[in-house]
Write a protein that binds this ligand. Structure first.
Ligand code: ITT
Length: 197
C-alpha cells in the first residue's frame, strides 16, 4: 500500500523521499494526487501537521505523512515559527525566501546585539490512517546560529542563513546526506521509525 506524502513543498518532498528511501515504502505526493492544500489554522507545528495528514488520509483513502516545520528565532521570541512559509508570501501568495530571510535578518538586527543570533529549525511529522481518527506525531529540532549574508543554494527555504551548532557551513552549503544526518526533519523521522519500525 502506498503512503501519501502530504506536502506541496518540493524541497520538503525531496528530503522526505530521501529519508523514506531506505525503508522501501512506495510513496505518492499530495501534489501528484491533486489533493488541495488545507488551510493551516493550527497554533502549533503538531496541530498543523495533524490537520494536513488527517485531510490527506481522508481524501485519498491511504495512510498519509505530513510535515509542518519552520525556523524559530530566539531574538524574535520564536518567530517566524509556524508562520515561516507565510513570511515568504506576497499578497498573491507567491513565495520569495530571499525576501523572507531579509525580513528575519532586519528584525534580528532591530532586536539588538544582546538578543543574539540563536535559532532552531523545528519539524513535526504526523502520520494519519484512513478510516481512523488516530494520528501519531513526532517532533524534531536542530539548534544553530543565523548568519548574514545567506550562503549556498543546496537546500530550500531558510537554509542559506542557518549554521547548525558545531559546523561552519550553512544548511544551504550542506550536501543532502549531511543535512539528513542532523536536521530537524531527520530527528523527527528517527523518532517515527523508532516507534513504528
Ligand atoms: P506544506 O504545508 O505543503 O508541507 P509548506 O512550505 O507550506 O508546505 P510549512 O507550512 O510547514 O510548509 O512551512 C514551513 C516553512 O519553513 C517552509 O516553507 C520553509 O521555508 C521553512 N522550512 C522548513 N523546513 C526547512 C528546512 O529544512 N530548511 C529550510 N527551511 C525550512
Amino acid at each position: 500500500e502506498k503512503l501519501v506524502i502530504a506536502t506541496h513543498n518540493p524541497g520538503k518532498l525531496k528530503e522526505i523521499q530521501d529519508l523514506l528511501a531506505p525503508l522501501g515504502i512506495e510513496c505518492v505526493s499530495a501534489a501528484e494526487l491533486g489533493l488541495p492544500e488545507p488551510e493551516e489554522i493550527g497554533n502549533t507545528f503538531i496541530d498543523n501537521a495533524d490537520l494536513k495528514a488527517r485531510e490527506a488520509a481522508d481524501l485519498s483513502g491511504l495512510p498519509a505523512l505530513a510535515d509542518d516545520s519552520g525556523l524559530a528565532v530566539d531574538a524574535l521570541h520564536g518567530l517566524p515559527g509556524i508562520f515561516s512559509a507565510r513570511w515568504a508570501e506576497d499578497e498573491d501568495g507567491v513565495r520569495d525566501f530571499g525576501r523572507a530571510m531579509e525580513r528575519v535578518w532586519r528584525e534580528v538586527e532591530a532586536a539588538g546585539e544582546d538578543a543574539g543570533h540563536d535559532a532552531h529549525f523545528a519539524c513535526a511529522l504526523s502520520l494519519a490512517w484512513p478510516d481512523d481518527g488516530q494520528v501519531q506525531s513526532f517532533e524534531g529540532r536542530v539548534d544553530g546560529t543565523l548568519v548574514w549574508p545567506p550562503r549556498g543554494d543546496k537546500g530550500f527555504g531558510y537554509d542559506p542563513m542557518f549554521v547548525p551548532n558545531g559546523y561552519d557551513q550553512t544548511f544551504g552549503e550542506f550536501d543532502p546526506e549531511a543535512k539528513h544526518r542532523i536536521s530537524h526533519r531527520a530527528d523527527a523521522f528517527r523518532k517515527l521509525v523508532a516507534t513504528l519500525g
